[in-house]
Ligand binder design. Structure first.
Ligand code: 5GP
Ligand code: ZN
Length: 115
């Protein structure tokens, strides 16, 4: 828990969110400014500022996030049409919230622009 962190506050239910999944390791909620018909944020409960701060002990959580993403994509009907995971790290990537999170995007064609 980081007292200044908006995602820690969402995890601790101090700030409301449109939550679609929660388990021991992650919380998933809708992005407040969606960039696609489906735009979810998959957020580990442990406060890791960004990928630069990742250590071996976090490896399980990243694998778990992939499994949660796969299950949500199937539940939301995206498995057939396709979907994308994005992790921004640092200024050039446009990271604005420094609590590691994975964007799950889908519901429209995303091809043609990776960056
Ligand atoms: P980043 O640019 O750091 O990869 O992504 C941060 C994302 O968090 C942005 O897409 C932004 O819209 C979203 N976001 C920022 N603050 C909040 C919030 O308080 N609630 C929700 N649901 N999303 C937020
Ligand atoms: Zn945090």
């Amino acid at each position: 828990m980081n007292d200044q962190c908006v995602f820690c506050k969402i995890i601790n239910k101090q700030i409301p969110s449109n939550m679609v999944h929660e388990d021991e390791h992650v919380i998933v909620f809708a992005d407040i400014a969606p960039q696609a018909p489906t735009h979810l944020l998959i957020v580990p409960k442990v406060h890791i500022p960004d990928l630069n701060e990742l250590t071996e002990e976090h490896a399980f959580v990243l694998g778990h996030i992939s499994m949660v993403a796969k299950e949500l994509a199937a539940r939301l009907g995206l498995a057939e049409t396709g979907w994308r995971l994005v992790i921004n790290c640092g200024a050039d990537a446009g990271q604005t919230v420094f609590h590691l999170h994975v964007h799950l995007l889908g519901g429209r064609p995303l091809a043609g622009q990776m960056a």
